[in-house]
Design a protein around this ligand. Structure first.
Ligand SMILES: Nc1nc2c(ncn2[C@@H]2O[C@H](COP(=O)(O)OP(=O)(O)OP(=O)(O)O)[C@@H](O)[C@H]2O)c(=O)[nH]1
Ligand SMILES: [Mg+2]
Length: 338
């Protein structure tokens, strides 16, 4: 194949931040999708535009928007439930954004495709916006951009944000760092299924829903409810909120009345006691620190690529302990920047 020596890839057009802001204000979905692409971009030249955009967004208060995290083991029925809940919220006049965290692992790709069919009604609704977000990355930890993506959705007029994430592995409790309220989905059956939930996941839950309480599983669902109640008693909550445990079936919308009620009640309680606002403030602090850590790491790595590689090698080969190697690297950096 001949290579055209006069060919130059077209320079990427610069981002038009005022146009993005204006589009967001209009609630334009395409603009929202583009704005999310911008803040998720790893290109260094996009960073300035992303920050310029984010800095001009008016932050929403906890009484204006509600951020709900839905977590639970793979296959617990999170997407199926969101399909019903989202439509219920739309019917009461809300605009709903669903952000599904893509665990970025090959065995999970099936579920993302599945989400399209599992949230079919919602994905066709003009009042809904559904977006999978990448979670992993060399730097930046879990869903590193989730707080920004949430702000963008809110700026575009979505007042109910649902973040779906599997409650396993590293994603475990991270969702609680970006939402006002965390709903944990559990499955019928005392014993194994209940035990399978990690302590951290249970502790982060503001409410639990035993899903798939249908057909022959109803008795098992009640067992699970009882056992979860006992397990939750072991955790002390300083805020005084008693974690409710509902049961029902995402496939039978009528059985979800209790769940919808408890979500409403939870939302009102968290807003009226100032808990939601307090959480948002604390989360801002956490995000700042995370961003700073990411930035410092990247900076150190770029400044001394060779030393970085050498030290990595030494650690991997067991010639230095990770702690000692990190300390030495930091000392060298500090000495140089004194
Ligand atoms: N019987 C029954 N099946 C359900 C219920 N809710 C969901 N399912 C089924 O369980 C399977 C998994 O549902 P999803 O909604 O994709 O579960 P998920 O938690 O989003 O799964 P991941 O995104 O892969 O973690 C699907 O086949 C659903 O039809 C329920 O209440 N009862
Ligand atoms: Mg799902």
């Amino acid at each position: 194949m001949a290579i055209n020596p006069t060919f130059h890839a077209a320079a990427r057009p610069e981002w038009d931040v005022p146009a993005l802001l204006e589009g967001l204000k209009r609630g334009d979905r395409q603009t929202l999708a583009r704005a999310i692409t911008l803040v998720e971009s790893r290109r260094a030249e996009d960073q300035t535009f992303a920050q310029e955009l984010l800095n001009q967004l008016q932050p929403k208060t906890a009484s204006e928007t509600f951020r709900l995290g839905i977590t639970g083991n793979p296959g617990a029925g999170k997407s199926t439930l969101i399909e019903v809940l989202g439509q219920q919220w739309i019917a009461s006049g809300h605009r709903v954004a669903v952000l599904a965290i893509d665990p970025s692992s090959p065995q999970n790709h099936g579920s993302l495709l599945g989400d399209k069919t599992r949230m079919e009604g919602l994905s066709r609704a003009p009042e809904a916006f559904i977006r999978p977000s990448p979670s992993a990355g060399a730097l930046g930890g879990l869903h590193a951009h989730m707080p920004e993506v949430i702000s963008l959705c809110e700026a575009a007029g979505y007042d109910r944000i649902i973040v779906e994430t599997v409650g396993v592995g590293q994603n475990e409790t991270a969702v609680a760092d970006v939402v006002d309220f965390t709903l944990l989905l559990a499955l019928p059956g005392a014993g194994d299924e209940v035990q399978g939930l990690k302590r951290g996941v249970m502790e982060a839950a503001d409410a639990v829903f035993v899903n798939k309480a249908d057909g022959e599983r109803l008795t098992m669902a009640r067992d699970a409810q009882r056992q979860l109640r006992q397990a939750l008693q072991l955790f002390h909550r300083e805020d005084g909120w008693e974690v409710p445990i509902a049961l029902g079936s995402a496939l039978e919308p009528k059985s979800l009345v209790d769940l919808f009620e408890l979500l409403d009640r939870g939302m009102r309680w968290f807003v009226s006691t100032g808990m939601s606002e307090k959480r948002r403030e604390a989360q801002q602090g956490v995000h700042f620190e995370q961003r700073l850590q990411d930035g410092l790491l990247l900076w150190a790595q770029r400044k001394h690529p060779t030393a970085w590689e050498d030290v990595q090698k030494e650690v991997k080969e067991g010639r230095k302990s990770p702690a000692a190697a990190a300390l030495e690297f930091l000392r060298n950096l500090a000495a140089e920047n004194r």
